[in-house]
Ligand binder design. Structure first.
Ligand SMILES: [Zn+2]
Length: 216
């Protein structure tokens, strides 16, 4: 089972750190974003802009194809340093939020394959894309609201799932019905939480709209 991996979030301002020959804030992707993923990304972004939390152009969508690379370095609050992490289509899995790049990265090969699997399970690619993009946007919201308090880990991941549910309830309510199936296919891990926890957190965002984070 493929899974979304990694903490892949950081706090703090991007500096001039050189990492892997790629200046922080740059990626080497030349692959086009898929229309379905772009549409999902844009829809959730518009929701958070409409809530007054994010402004346009803060975060971009980057599709990593074979040979591409993105800077997903994370900011360590304790040591106040960037912890270098480069992601490629091969090393990443599905999608990630990369604060060093202000980007949501999609790993083209694994994401396309997983969306295909999910479609066989009854979740159309447009809906699977929306669930994953909404989760990654949840990380952007967390950092936008609490830039110096964000702590990577299971609680933050489940909160991102909840924020994803909140956003999709508003902009793509048709997606909500298939979200449990999608999360069960996605599976769980020790970092993100169990599949059931993730599904429950998403549905909590849908039904309650309170994800334990103070929204303006
Ligand atoms: Zn996450």
């Amino acid at each position: 089972m493929r899974r979304i991996q990694g903490a892949l979030v950081a706090v703090g301002a991007a500096g001039a750190l050189l990492s892997g020959g790629c200046e922080l804030g740059e990626s080497s992707s030349s692959h086009p974003n898929s229309p379905e993923v772009s549409a999902a990304f844009d829809a959730v972004q518009e929701y958070w802009i409409g809530r007054g939390i994010l402004s346009a152009a803060e975060t971009r969508l980057v599709t990593l194809g074979p040979g591409d690379e993105a800077d997903c370095s994370t900011w360590d609050i304790v040591t106040q340093t960037w912890v270098s992490q480069q992601l490629t289509d091969e090393s990443a899995s599905l999608a990630a939020y990369c604060h060093a790049e202000n980007a949501v990265t999609v790993s083209e090969t694994s994401f396309e394959a997983f969306l295909g699997d999910a479609a066989l399970g009854g979740v159309p690619p447009s809906e699977g894309s929306a669930i994953v993009m909404a989760h990654e946007w949840g990380h952007e919201v967390q950092l936008a609201l609490n830039p110096y308090e964000y702590t990577p880990g299971t609680a933050a991941e489940l909160q991102a799932d909840c924020l994803g549910g909140m956003a999709l309830q508003a902009v793509a309510p048709n997606v909500v019905a298939g979200a449990n199936t999608f999360h069960m296919m996605l599976g769980g891990d020790s970092y993100h939480g169990t599949a059931q926890q993730r599904a429950d957190s998403f549905q909590h965002g849908v039904a309650v709209g309170d994800c334990g984070i103070v929204l303006p």
